[in-house]
Write a protein that binds this ligand. Structure first.
Ligand SMILES: Nc1nc2c(ncn2[C@@H]2O[C@H](COP(=O)(O)OP(=O)(O)OP(=O)(O)O)[C@@H](O)[C@H]2O)c(=O)[nH]1
Ligand SMILES: [Mg+2]
Length: 636
């Protein structure tokens, strides 16, 4: 699909129909097609089978278990699987000690040299599985160190990790793992996040306030053998119950249904029992029952490894894969398709406008030249003087364009300032001071509310600046259109509602996080510092996105004006040149008229080709939308 957009772009470029704004739009679209990711996070209590499910869906082609999955606590650090073509297949691990420093996880991502790298041999399943074992590595540290790392809480002893005979505490060796592999689904932009169970999730605030809330889909795994336990409920409430934004999808997997397979019951009885559990789970978690899938990850994996079709269908693993494909990847595809349609529509409009202007000018020239038939030299000279006067008038009005332009730039600078980091800092100043103070922070919720009110205020200011720019340009374009017969159109500004929604989601995730017993942790400076950094980096990314869209909008407005001014200047040149040639008798009047007719026919063809190319692209999008499904992973 990206290729077709490129074909359209190249062709427009050849026809000199792309202005700078359009070029920019095309560029950012192709960037987006290449880098847009969709994250699916697996979240659950330990030993529910998250890693086994990931094995069954993604790694069965290797003929063995790749991610470690075993009884007890297995995955010790959050593990992200994705694909970055710039890197070789590898596993990167961030040491747990980095927790003692204040940088956010996001910032650690930017310093690859701090990560331990293990190259992966994707053709050797045993080496692969051996390397992945690292995500279960642990270290033994003193209680003080465990406390500093965020794993030991005197106020919640029941959640503390095990202590060995020497009184040392078992903590994860790594803070985060990144796996880079060219798996077909990962190549399509899917990112899978496997998380450790138990309170290990809570120990990394960024997981709760950034990674999980930003995932497009969250899969919550339960055991059919255990039902919904108290700790399952705690995790659900803390991490999933509030993931409610329309863009995020929640699925519940009722795993290990094979534990209910019992030789003494009839298949109907077993089916009925599984169905009852599904209904009950949906009711307990207050979810539509279609979002709850009962399956067996382990039997699904086994069936795929053995090529046992009957067992595979009994495992119901394919149901989960279908859901993941249709809803998650399908949603991403639909989003990209609408982005493509949007850009293609804009390119078409802009190009059609330019073609229209060129053709109208040809028609005008034609009637001008036809009017010269049978006229003498004096009249022709008169005509040339008139065109030259018109051109001088036109150049004179360039001054008023300049005035509008500088007013536009001034407003734009204000926009840029408002969306910059100093403005974010100012908005969150009160909250930062509070979070940086040592001790219990009782007023923190109020400080959050003030901070977010300030941020919303900034977006409100942006909205009114947008309106001001839009009104100003609409008026000025209208005037230019009447004075010079331009077809300028002030496209409406981007809607700030989306950014407000994104801000609201960030606020929700932070408040939710503070609401569930993390207030005590907040008394620790390193912890609250980390929370603050996570907050600032998310707000910054929202503001940066807004800035990018605003820049694009403004660029498309000013380049529209530029290109019509340029076209008009060229047209004056052509008109004067035509009259000059007739004066010099270099080309006969009829010859020139024929030339113009031929040119007009050319532009008519260009217009037809433009419409055909656009239609083809949108038709292709519509087809792709229907066929969004999870492709079979290729052989390893
Ligand atoms: N019987 C049965 N056992 C399963 C199934 N899925 C996973 N298991 C087993 O349950 C145990 C835990 O599975 P994991 O995949 O390690 O669980 P996890 O949720 O990743 O656990 P942590 O990594 O500790 O958070 C392993 O021994 C799996 O083999 C299943 O469908 N049926
Ligand atoms: Mg695991």
């Amino acid at each position: 699909m990206g290729l077709r957009v490129k074909v359209l772009g190249d062709w427009l470029h050849e026809q000199d129909l792309l202005d700078d704004g359009a070029k920019e739009r095309l560029h950012s679209l192709s960037d987006r097609l290449q880098t847009d990711k969709v994250m699916v996070a697996f979240v659950a209590e330990f030993s529910r089978g998250k890693s086994e499910l990931i094995n069954a869906v993604f790694f069965a082609a290797y003929g063995r278990r790749i991610m470690p999955a075993s009884a007890g606590r297995t995955t010790m650090c959050p593990t992200e699987l994705g694909y970055d073509p710039a890197l070789p297949p590898c596993l990167r691990l961030l040491p747990i000690e980095t927790r003692l420093e204040s940088q956010a996880l996001l910032e650690w991502r930017l310093v690859p040299e701090q990560w331990t790298r293990v190259d992966l041999d994707v053709n050797d399943p045993d080496q692969l599985a051996g390397a992945m074992e690292k995500v279960s590595e642990v270290r033994y540290v003193s209680q003080d160190e465990a406390r500093a790392l965020g794993f030991w809480h005197d106020d919640r002893p029941e959640d503390n990790p095990p202590v060995n005979a020497l009184g040392l505490v078992e903590v994860p060796r790594w803070r985060h793992a990144l796996i880079n592999m060219a798996h077909p689904l990962l190549k399509q932009g899917l990112v899978v996040l496997d998380t450790p169970g138990l309170n290990a999730i809570g120990a990394e605030p960024e997981l709760t306030v950034s990674l999980i809330p930003q995932a497009q889909a969250v899969v919550f795994v339960l055991g059919a053998d255990t039902g919904v336990t108290r700790s399952d409920m705690a995790i659900w409430r803390e991490h999933l119950a509030t993931v409610q934004s329309s863009s995020a999808m929640r699925f519940v997997v009722l795993n290990k249904i094979d534990t209910l397979w019992d030789e003494l019951s009839t298949p109907e009885q077993i089916r009925a029992q599984v169905e009852r559990q599904r209904q009950e789970t949906a009711r307990t978690l207050d979810l539509p029952v279609e979002q709850v899938l009962a399956l067996s990850a382990q039997k699904g994996l086994l069936a795929k490894v053995r090529g046992d079709g009957k067992l595979l269908s009994e495992s119901h693993l394919p149901d989960f894969e279908r859901l993941l494909g249709a809803q998650v990847l399908g949603a991403r595809q639909a989003m990209l398709i609408s982005a493509i349609d949007n850009v293609v529509g804009q390119l078409n409009q802009q190009a059609a406008r330019t073609v229209g202007v060129r053709r109208r000018e040809l028609t005008e020239q034609l009637s001008e030249l036809k009017g010269l038939r049978g006229k003498n030299q004096a009249v022709i000279r008169q005509m040339r003087l008139r065109v030259e006067r018109e051109k001088a008038d036109f150049d004179g009005s360039a001054a008023s364009v300049l005035t509008v332009r500088s007013a536009h730039m001034k407003l734009l600078r204000e926009v840029f300032k408002l969306l910059g980091s100093a403005s974010i800092k100012r908005s969150l100043a009160e909250l930062s001071v509070m979070l940086r103070e040592p001790g219990l922070k009782l007023g923190v919720k109020k400080a959050y509310a003030t901070g977010f009110d300030n941020l919303r205020g900034v977006l409100g200011q942006i909205q009114s600046l947008e309106t001001e720019i839009h009104n100003m340009l609409t008026a000025s374009f209208r005037q230019l259109n009447t004075e010079h017969g331009f077809s300028l159109q002030a496209t409406p500004p981007p809607d700030t509602q989306r950014f407000l929604d994104d801000l609201a989601a960030v606020e929700r995730s932070h408040l939710q996080y503070l609401g569930v017993g993390n207030m005590v942790q907040l008394a620790r400076k390193e912890f609250s510092e980390k929370l603050l950094r996570a907050l600032v980096s998310r707000v910054r990314s929202i503001f940066e996105t807004a800035l990018g869209e605003l820049e694009l909008w403004n660029k498309s407005l000013s380049s529209q004006l530029d290109s019509q001014l340029r076209e008009r200047r060229k047209a004056f040149g052509r008109r004067i040149e035509a009259i000059r040639r007739i004066q010099d008798a270099a080309g006969g009047l009829d010859g020139r008229i024929d030339e113009i007719n031929a040119l007009d026919a050319h532009w008519q063809q260009v217009q037809a080709r433009l419409d055909a190319l656009t239609r083809e692209l949108t038709a292709h999008s519509a087809l792709a939308e229907q066929g969004a499904a999870l492709p079979e992973p290729a052989e390893a």
